[in-house]
Design a protein around this ligand. Structure first.
Ligand SMILES: [Zn+2]
Length: 259
């Protein structure tokens, strides 16, 4: 097996086998390193870390045999602030934005987004207005309890089962609106299309489709999206900073791994 390795190197590779204990330690260390490497690869390729995946990393580090640098950067960002890897009825889990980060995007203060998203939205709205397009914010940040009401009350009113309801509304804890980065937009001049797929025929939608990316907004649920959520031409999310990008794209990676 070591035939291709020069004599000097071969020697150092074989060396630990002279005494049993260090060899065992090396094997254990190597095994742990292998697990780490595999865990790292899996994470890079899109799969969620099992909650335990980070624990073996720290345990064997006490043995001097094993180099540790691979462990820290791998586990830290994933556990930090990312949404939990569970998906419910096709919707991903999201944490509520901290209240102090929310900024109003309407004069009455009723509709709020996280500050970075709010600033980008204001710029986008002004740019659209300069071209005669009047974007109308319909809904922004929503708390988990707001969503609770929206999901279950409307479900009962409409006599829908949960899967039917989930095609058009996220269960509480699983709405992009919790993040403060998602905003439902209408056309102030065609409000009969609000929250309806006919919104795609409005000047506002055409303008957004052509320009929203300049302001780091994107459509969350285009036609035939992999989440199986119905087409929502009015629902846009901000992906213009690190936290928003990680919030949505890490969640997607996690979702793609859910059977
Ligand atoms: Zn929405």
């Amino acid at each position: 097996m070591y035939d291709d390795i020069p004599e000097a190197v071969r020697q150092s590779v074989k060396e630990p086998s002279r005494t049993k204990l260090p060899r065992l330690a090396l094997l254990l260390g190597g095994g742990a390193l292998g697990i780490l490497a595999i865990a790292f690869l899996l994470m890079r390729i899109s799969s969620p870390p099992a909650p335990q995946a980070s624990t073996p990393a720290s345990a064997p580090n006490t043995s001097a045999v094993q180099p540790t640098p691979a462990a820290a950067p791998v586990t830290a960002p994933v556990t930090a602030s990312s949404p939990s890897p569970d998906a419910l009825l096709g919707h991903l889990a999201y944490a509520e934005a901290p209240a102090e980060e929310l900024v109003a995007i309407t004069a009455d203060g009723q509709i709020k987004l996280r500050s970075a998203a709010a600033a980008a939205y204001e710029k986008m709205k002004d740019a659209a207005a300069a071209e005669g397009i009047n974007l109308l914010p319909i809904s922004g940040f929503r708390s988990v309890s707001d969503q609770d009401d929206l999901f279950f009350r409307v479900k009962e009113q409409r006599n829908q089962d949960v899967s039917k309801r989930a095609e058009v509304s996220a269960p509480p804890g699983h709405s992009e609106h919790h993040t403060g980065y998602a905003v439902d937009i209408g056309d102030a001049d065609q409000q009969e299309t609000n929250l309806d797929q006919t919104f795609e025929n409005t000047a506002a939608f055409r303008w957004l489709a052509a320009n929203a990316a300049q302001y780091s907004f994107e459509l969350s649920f285009p036609r035939d999206n992999p989440q199986g959520v119905s087409y929502e031409p009015w629902h846009w999310r901000f992906v213009g900073d690190r936290n928003s990008l990680e919030t949505f794209y890490r969640a997607q990676n996690l979702k793609s791994n859910v059977p």
